[in-house]
Design a protein around this ligand. Sequence first.
Ligand code: COA
Length: 198
Amino acid sequence: MEPLVLQYQDIILRDRIPADIPDHRRWLSTETAWLEWDAPWESNNPNFISRYLEHMERQLQEPLPAIRRTLEICHRDGTHIGLVNVYYIDGDRERLAVGIGLRESSYWGKGLGTMAFRLWLAYLFAATGNKGIYCQTWSGNIRMMKLAGKCCFSLWERKKDFRQVKGQPFDALTYVLRREVFWAMHPDLAQTFQQRRA
Ligand SMILES: CC(C)(COP(=O)(O)OP(=O)(O)OC[C@H]1O[C@@H](n2cnc3c(N)ncnc32)[C@H](O)[C@@H]1OP(=O)(O)O)[C@@H](O)C(=O)NCCC(=O)NCCS
């Protein structure tokens, strides 16, 4: 199968390559500011990093799935800065959720996360035919809440004080985005991805 490369504004989403692994290692050892924002209530046991990287290396040997579950995020100048992914909330196949991590913290707050998320959502809506896609965060992650708003997600569920971060309670937030809302609000992406399918 041909490797997938998608571009939108200043962002490229592409399949993982072996040269990405050292970046992933660095994002788990020295460039780790993202861990304070992405599920900071999860504690990673010491074996986690090596298992995670070994799993990535094994996946590189496997055939690419027809519908991608993860793509690497690069700036249009080629710098590798993070990844997008998907998962099912509580394993429920009716509730596909998107995730994003710009793991290079010097790239935050420049609109790049919004571009990457919009492109990932366009790809997934076109590839899966899903009518709705979810995303989850917590009430301390203002950048992620704003990003969800900018991509036209609406709040679907708020679990009050469900998360503890640095001893403080925060709400667990789940958002949903309807396909027709997304295409209506992003006509440029609708045109590109609907042409691609035609
Ligand atoms: C969350 C994340 C993907 C957002 O991407 P980003 O490129 O930083 O976001 P954008 O620049 O597109 O948008 C961020 C918004 O937050 C605002 N913002 C930026 N810094 C902020 C800060 N310190 N406090 C509050 N708001 C801030 C920006 O102004 C922008 O809103 P606006 O366009 O309405 O002005 C990225 O910051 C990231 O990966 N963070 C670490 C990991 C993480 O949190 N992942 C999500 C887990 S649920």
